[in-house]
Write a protein that binds this ligand. Structure first.
Ligand code: ZN
Length: 405
């Protein structure tokens, strides 16, 4: 099966300078696995963390067990049920990374070239029990609400499937059951692994939001914090910006604007801090690290993703802000519900903390508004508030529903 994907914000697939096709598919497969794990967890399965000690297989009394994610994506001792070929896409720019430093930052956000254009995915089944829905469904949720590929916390990876797929959650569920059938597993000499004590993303604990705004003209991006020039020459604080940088111009020509550093900078270091700060100063650093990750290394990744802005139509632009805020294992002093409530209120302009849009995105943008907020079983969900039925919620995400019917 072939799927054409239109890239809305550059996709990071791994080492872009390597000509190897396998690397490209590794990045995409990695993110599809991540989405699959989040969905499986959301419907009550346990999955392992393939990068940690708890990875499959688990062996007790000579019996090897594997979690459903490994049964689909493979692990030591069992092969992946499919092969994925990734073709197409072109490099956004040549040369080293752009280092975006919004106001007040000495260290910056690294923006390397990603892929732009269109990519073709070809799924080749390697097992009679494999059903393409197992990949299509996570792909569809990721393209409707999140991102694919790596470095999504830096704004990469918003895509749109060229053709809408008719998918229902029930098919995914049945496909998972099929690969978990005892008789099937017995033939390969393994068993299903249940109850793993993991701390992996769960779709039940995620939120997905889209924010839209209007831009006066095509040059609005020249005023985005971190892209524009700052202070006068000769100043110690002089920052050249990137408005004349050919790499940045190539990026902009892909109809996407790297605004994530500007917004993250406000949320993490600026007045946006008030949305998540604890009254107790001692807890401050714990919460900051938990929400935004450590600056070095990917191990403690950010729990909040902000995408690049991408062009919709006429004067309209959009960006995504989403995240996984677990209900457990949160640092003391952090109130999950208050944070999400305050963040949503700021995005729709009704909160006590105003987002200084013109400082962040420039004076040529206006009418910033929250278009949609999705969250399982929450009064905040703007499409189907308090939807307690996970399968119905997933079906709505798959359809990409943005409006209350
Ligand atoms: Zn596993």
């Amino acid at each position: 099966m072939e799927i054409k994907i239109n890239i809305l914000t550059p996709v990071w697939t791994g080492d872009i300078n390597s000509r190897g096709k396998s690397l490209k598919s590794t990045g995409i497969i990695g993110s599809l696995r991540w989405w699959t794990e989040a969905i499986l967890k959301g419907i009550g399965y346990s999955v392992c963390d393939p990068t940690a000690e708890i990875r499959c297989p688990q062996e007790t009394n000579n019996q090897k067990t594997y979690c459903p994610a490994c049964l689909i994506f493979g692990a030591t001792g069992i092969r992946r049920l499919f092969r994925l070929e990734v073709n197409g896409g072109e490099k956004v720019f040549d040369g080293g990374a752009i280092i975006i430093k919004p106001k007040g930052r000495n260290r910056g956000w690294y923006l390397g070239s990603g892929l732009r254009g269109q990519i073709d995915l070809r799924i080749i089944s390697l097992d009679k029990d494999f059903n393409e829905t197992l990949l299509l469904l996570p792909l569809s949720i990721a393209s409707n609400w999140g991102e694919i590929g790596a470095k999504t916390q830096h704004g990469y990876g918003v895509v749109a499937l060229e053709e809408e797929k008719e998918l229902v959650f029930e098919d995914f569920k049945n496909s998972v059951r099929r690969i978990l059938q005892e008789a099937r597993l017995r033939k390969i000499g393994i068993k299903e692994r249940k109850s793993i004590n993991d701390v992996l993303p769960n779709l039940k604990e995620m939120f997905f939001a889209k924010v839209q705004f209007e831009a006066q003209d095509n040059n609005w991006w020249k005023e985005v914090d971190g892209i524009k020039e700052r202070e006068r020459k000769g100043d110690n604080n002089y920052y050249k910006g990137y408005i004349n940088d050919s790499r940045m111009i190539s990026w902009i020509n892909s109809d996407s604007i790297p605004i994530a550093p500007a917004i993250k900078n406000w949320l993490r270091f600026g007045n946006g801090k008030a949305l998540w700060q604890s009254k107790n100063d001692n807890k401050y650093k714990d919460i900051e690290t938990s929400l935004f990750g450590t600056t070095r290394g990917e191990k403690s990744a950010s729990k909040i993703n902000i995408s690049c802005a991408y062009y919709l139509n006429n004067k309209l632009w959009e960006f995504r802000i989403s995240g996984w805020i677990p209900e457990n294992n949160l640092p003391n002093g952090f109130d999950r519900n208050n944070f999400l409530k305050a963040l949503m209120a700021s995005l729709n302009g009704s909160g006590s903390i105003n987002i200084p849009w013109s400082n962040l995105l420039g004076n040529k943008t206006k009418d910033h508004k929250l278009k949609v907020w999705r969250e399982f079983n929450s009064s905040r969900d703007t499409v189907s508030p308090n939807q307690e039925d996970m399968e119905k919620y997933l079906d709505s995400l798959i359809k990409g529903e943005e409006r209350n019917k």
